[in-house]
Design a protein around this ligand. Sequence first.
Ligand code: PLP
Length: 406
Amino acid sequence: MKVIKKTVKLDNVGYDIRGPLVEEAARMIADGKQIISLNTGNPATFGLFAPAFVEETMKANIHKSEGYSDSRGINDAIDAIIGYSVSKGIYGLDHNDVYTGNGVSELINITLQALLDNGDEILIPTPDYPLWTSIATLCGGKVVHYLCDETNEWLPDVDDIKRKVSPRTKAIVIINPNNPTGALYPKENLLEILEVARQNGLIVFSDEIYDRLVMDGHKHIAAASLASDLFVITFNGLSKSHMVAGFRCGWITLSGDKSCVKDYIEGIHMLASMRLCANVPSQSIISAALADPFSARPLLEPGGRIYEQRECIYSSITKIPGISSVKPKAAFYLFPKIDTEMYGIENDEQFVLDFLHEHHVLMTHGRGFNWPHPDHFRIVYLPEVKELMTISGKMEQFLAGYSQKS
Ligand code: PLP
């Protein structure tokens, strides 16, 4: 038989879900070690499960969900998505403007595959949710990262965006609320980004999967609600807000001016049809879930798990000498900065690997989010307060004697 070489080239993609850290953790688990995995935002791992009504709805609909659905999705789900979009100020959608998908992930794949020809540029934030960069690169696109500014609450730096637009730029990605920083973008910032898109004829991709996980009384603003004249694809799903990451349930809405994107939409439709449809049992819960979109809210208020966990991790990690962080306003991630001089750190992946070996806690290094410097790491703060306190204590103890300089 012929030797088959790697066909999906992940070189230069910037992120490999099966990277050395994950593989080392798997090896340690196989060796009988107990590892705390703080590397994926998977609520069920930490005992945060779907509300009962979501599970009941899926069970009640399982028989009706046995066949393929229309490739856009079942009517009931599409109606609910349109209704939810209206509640966020996105108007004018009809059934042709919605696609359900097997998670937002699949829809990132479809929308980028339909858009990018070799060498086309796409603006993606740094740090980013790395799937955006990986898929754009695999599609042959050239990713141009624009800066989110830590000294300004991790908001997108609009001047940097302006500097990086070129005649080959086709689209800009906004991730709001943001993974990995937990930032929530104010209206003024969004308006400025949208103005750059308007001036340069860019498609806007707005990944809003954490829009129902906002704290401190803030309100999420949908980018599409501020720019009905622009073509905006808004991404959302139930993995996080309803704690059903394993159900693979997401959707996109296509809003605004479609006069210049008819071919592109045809491409999206073709790719959505090629995968036949999204998981139908998952689609069957969308209308019930969106009838109660804020079922996670009690977790996000003082006394609630996610709120208290954020307070705990933020205060306990930032009191360690040489570690600072912007306080997240949404989602469940902290992206602390580490004083690399103080700890002689040149390689952030090595730092996370050393911590894994010594304390059996798996995190993700900042460069895993396409952050260019070795001075950040991300913590998923889904474990309960007691465990988070233990983890911070381990980090403090670890750093007290740590240096990469021999
Ligand atoms: N977008 C962002 C910003 C995410 O953080 C994630 C998952 O962590 C996804 C998309 C993927 O979500 P899904 O589970 O719907 O594929």
